[in-house]
Ligand binder design. Structure first.
Ligand SMILES: *Cc1c(COP(=O)(O)O)cnc(C)c1O
Length: 470
C-alpha cells in the first residue's frame, strides 16, 4: 500500500463520512480570543483538522462496528470477554488479562498495588498519567532515556531506547526499592520514538541480574513493531506478529490503552504472568472498575478492542500509517522547517525553539506556534514544552522543559493524504511569516496540569529578552 515509487494511498475505502467545517480567519481569531489562547477550550466543531491527540480519536472498521452489535452485556462470564481475553492472550502471551476502562485505570491498579513511599519506578520515559499514578502513591518516577533522545536532530533509529548504564546504576543504588522497571513502546514522552528489541532484551538482562520484574507500557506496540521491522535489519524479514511476540516475551506484564493501538475509542487492560499478582490486581479491580470479566468496559467495547487488535497488526495498515507520517515529516524537513527526526510512530513534532528562535522559552514558543497553526488553517495541535512539562524550583521560579515542541498527533484511519498535504501547506505558510510571530504570557494558571486550564495573552515579536537555554 505504500510502494516506494507510487503515491501513498489509504488501505481502506470510506463507508461513512463526517463533515468538517471550514471557518474564516476572522472566525478563528474570535475563537482564539474566546478561548483565551487555550486550544483545549475551542469547541471541536470549530476545528478543521484535529491533531490534538491520537487517543480514542481513530475510526473503527466495519468489522469493529459489526462486532459491537455482537457485544454481550452479561455481568459475569460474557462471551465478549472470552473473545477479548483470547485476542490479548494470543498477541501478547500473558496468562492473566484484566480489562480496564482505559490505560490510566490499568496504571492506577498496578501502582496502587506495587507502589508506595520510598520506592522508585524507572522507565525509558514515563507518560504523564503513568508518572501521576506512581507519584500519587508517594513513589518516585524516574526517566532514563538514551542519550540520543536529547538531540531533536539526531536520526538515530531507536531514540526511544532506555539508557542501559543509567538503569544498571539505579538498580545497584536502589537495591530493594525498585518494584518493577517499565518500558514504554513507542516512547511517547520522547516523541513517539521506537524502542529496539535489542534494547528491550538488554533491559531484561539487567532486570534479571537484580531480580526485578519488567513491565511494558504497550499503548503503541504495533507501531513500535513496524518501526523495528523498518529500521533493524535483523527483523526486516519477520512478520509483525513475531516482532510483537519478541517484544512481550521479555516482559512480566503490560499496561495498555486500547485508545491507541487497540483501534478503539475507549478501553484498556492490564496483563500479567504471575497468578498471585493477578489475583491481587483483580481484587482492586472490582472495587474501582468492575467485575473481572468486564472491568471498566461494556461488552461492545470488549468486542471492538478484540477486533481492533487483529486489524492493527495488518502490515498494509502499518505501512500506510508510517509512510503517511514520515511523508509529512520529510516534506517539512526538506523545506528547512525544524521537525524532530526521525519520524515517530504516531505524530509529527515541530521544534518550536528552532521555528521561533526569537521567542524565549519563558514566552512559550510552542503554544504561540500552536495558536498560529489554528489561526492559519484551523489545525489544532498541542504544545509539549515549558508550558506542559516545565517545573518550578523551590522559590517558585520557572524552569524550562528539555524541548519546546508542538505535537501533531495523527488519529488512526481518520484523515486522508490530502489532509496531510493541507497540513504541510499551512505549516509552510506559518513558516514564511515566522519572524512576525511573538510569544505568549500566562494570565491565569491552575495549580496542576496547567496546560489544560491556563489562559494566555500574546506578546509582540522581537521582545528584547535572552533565552536561558544553552
Ligand atoms: C495514552 C497513554 C497512557 C494512558 O492511557 P489512557 O487511555 O489515556 O488513560 C499511558 N501511557 C502512554 C504511553 C500513553 O500514550
Amino acid at each position: 500500500m505504500s510502494q516506494p515509487d507510487l503515491p501513498i494511498i489509504e488501505p481502506f475505502r470510506i463507508k461513512s463520512v463526517e463533515p468538517i467545517r471550514m471557518t474564516t480567519r476572522e472566525e478563528r481569531e474570535r475563537h482564539v480570543a474566546e478561548a483565551e489562547g487555550n486550544l483545549f477550550r475551542i469547541p471541536a466543531k470549530n476545528v478543521l483538522i484535529d491533531l490534538l491527540t491520537d487517543s480514542g480519536t481513530g475510526a473503527m472498521s466495519s468489522a469493529q462496528w459489526g462486532a459491537v452489535l455482537r457485544g454481550d452485556e452479561s455481568y459475569a462470564g460474557s462471551p465478549s470477554y472470552e473473545r477479548f481475553e483470547q485476542s490479548v492472550h494470543e498477541l501478547f502471551g500473558f496468562e492473566h488479562v484484566i480489562p480496564t476502562h482505559q490505560g490510566r485505570a490499568a496504571e492506577h491498579i498496578l501502582f496502587q498495588t506495587l507502589g508506595g513511599p520510598g520506592l522508585v519506578f524507572p522507565n525509558n520515559t514515563h507518560f504523564d498519567t503513568t508518572r501521576a499514578n506512581i507519584e500519587s502513591t508517594g513513589a518516585a518516577a524516574l526517566d532514563l532515556p538514551c542519550a540520543e533522545s536529547a538531540d531533536t536532530r539526531s536520526t538515530f533509529p531507536f531514540k526511544g531506547n532506555m539508557d542501559l548504564d543509567a538503569l544498571e546504576g539505579l538498580l545497584e543504588r536502589e537495591k530493594g526499592n525498585v518494584p518493577l522497571v517499565m518500558m514504554t513502546v513507542t516512547n511517547n514522552g520522547a516523541g513517539g520514538q521506537a524502542v529496539a528489541i535489542d534494547n528491550l532484551r538488554a533491559v531484561r538482562a539487567i532486570c534479571d541480574s537484580h531480580g526485578v520484574p519488567l513491565f511494558i507500557d504497550a499503548c503503541r506496540f504495533a507501531e513500535n513493531a513496524w518501526l523495528v521491522k523498518q529500521r533493524d535489519p535483523a527483523w526486516a524479514e519477520k512478520d509483525v506478529r513475531e516482532i510483537v511476540r519478541a517484544t512481550f516475551e521479555v516482559a512480566d506484564g503490560c499496561t495498555m490503552s486500547a485508545k491507541k493501538d487497540g483501534l478503539a475509542n475507549i478501553g484498556g487492560f492490564l496483563a500479567v504472568r504471575d497468578r498471585d499478582l493477578a489475583r491481587e490486581l483483580r481484587q482492586r479491580l472490582v472495587v474501582t472498575e468492575g467485575f473481572p470479566t468486564y472491568g471498566g468496559m461494556s461488552g461492545r467495547d470488549l468486542e471492538a478492542v478484540a477486533q481492533g487488535l487483529t486489524e492493527v497488526i495488518e502490515e498494509d495498515y502499518l505501512a500506510y500509517r508510517q509512510a503517511s507520517i514520515a511523508y509529512v515529516c520529510d516534506r517539512l524537513d526538506e523545506r528547512g522547517i525544524p521537525v524532530v527526526l526521525p519520524a515517530g510512530g504516531h505524530a509529527i513534532f515541530l521544534d518550536a525553539a528552532r521555528f521561533l528562535p526569537h521567542v524565549p522559552w519563558s514566552k512559550f514558543p510552542g503554544q504561540a506556534l500552536a495558536i498560529e497553526l489554528y489561526l492559519e488553517g484551523g489545525i489544532r495541535s498541542c504544545e509539549i514544552g515549558s508550558l506542559m512539562m516545565g517545573r518550578k524550583d523551590e522559590d517558585g521560579n520557572e524552569l524550562p522543559a528539555a524541548h519546546e515542541l508542538v505535537r501533531l498527533a495523527i488519529p488512526r484511519r481518520t484523515y486522508t493524504q490530502s489532509h496531510m498535504d493541507y497540513l504541510i501547506a499551512i505549516i509552510e505558510r506559518v513558516w514564511q511569516r515566522r519572524s512576525e510571530i511573538g510569544g505568549v504570557e500566562i494570565t491565569f494558571e491552575p495549580p496542576v496540569l496547567r496546560h489544560f486550564g491556563a489562559s494566555f495573552r500574546s506578546v509582540p515579536a522581537a521582545q528584547p529578552e535572552v533565552s536561558g537555554r544553552t
